[in-house]
Write a protein that binds this ligand. Structure first.
Ligand code: NAD
Length: 229
């Protein structure tokens, strides 16, 4: 069977969860990467059976998540993490959650993966129109929502089996004006789409890995509710 790593699952409402379920139903082994600040509540809810109803697969069995890895995809390696984040209570309880360390952990535990899914985004100023977005807010949106994919792919490619596949989620606001999708998030999705073409070219030739993005329709995930969608 195939093994999939899905980055960006912290509850049962988002695309990451739904993709995990589809892959599990198709027989894949599921590993997930969960944003560090959301890790505790996700693990606790899962353990207490809060997601059991939404874990049901078409054959009646429950989706198993083989392992949950803490991840913060805005940091590539430990040296990049500022002191205040390192000592933050929500972060100091876990370790090895930079992209590089996360990929190393998956490699140590499982050796290889076949499928990499990027289902994460963050734009601290998403509710502000682009005209009112600060430089920091804009760059933070690109860092969490676009470069995070470049970084994930870069660090996971060495453990991806040839013929493997990777996927990210984009949104039509990259091409058309969607008022409310601000803070540089429209720019971040445009970058993600352009990067998908370039990464498909590079990863395809060099490593026989496919790179695709799905432009998904609107879904009332946690992230979408936060911006009033
Ligand atoms: P979601 O809240 O389920 O998923 C976003 C996840 O990103 C969350 O689990 C959050 O914890 C995680 N995250 C945020 N910052 C992170 C970081 N620095 N490191 C690691 N994880 C981090 O919401 P969703 O809407 O399902 O989003 C998944 C993907 O789908 C995103 O790329 C989003 O832009 C895209 N998308 C969503 C919609 C929609 O309407 N919901 C439409 C098109 C595309």
């Amino acid at each position: 069977g195939k093994r999939a790593f899905i980055a960006g699952v912290a509850d049962d409402n988002g695309y990451g969860w739904a993709i995990a379920k589809s892959l599990a139903a198709a027989g894949a082994e599921i590993l997930v990467g969960t944003w560090v600040p959301a890790l505790n509540i996700f693990e606790t809810s899962l353990r207490r059976g809060k997601f059991d109803e939404s874990r049901v697969l078409p054959d009646g069995s429950l989706m198993e998540i083989t392992k949950i890895y803490p991840l913060d995809a805005i940091y590539d390696k430990l040296e990049d993490v500022p002191e205040d984040v390192k000592s933050n209570k929500r972060y100091s309880g876990s370790s090895k959650w930079t992209v590089q360390e996360c990929a190393e952990s998956v490699k140590q535990d499982f050796g290889s993966i076949d499928i990499l899914v990027h289902s994460l985004a963050n734009g601290p100023e998403v509710s502000k129109p682009l005209l009112e977005t600060s430089r920091n807010g804009y760059l933070a949106a690109l860092s969490a929502s676009s470069y995070s994919y470049v970084s994930l792919l870069k660090h996971f490619i060495p453990l991806m089996n040839p013929g493997g596949s990777s996927l990210s989620l984009t949104y039509i606001a990259s091409e058309r004006i969607i008022p409310g999708y601000g803070g540089g998030m429209s720019s971040a999705k445009a970058a993600l789409e352009s990067d998908t073409r370039v990464l498909a070219f590079e990863a395809g030739r060099k490593h026989r890995i496919r790179v695709n993005a799905i432009s998904a329709g609107p879904l009332r995930s946690r992230a979408a509710k936060a911006i009033g969608f």
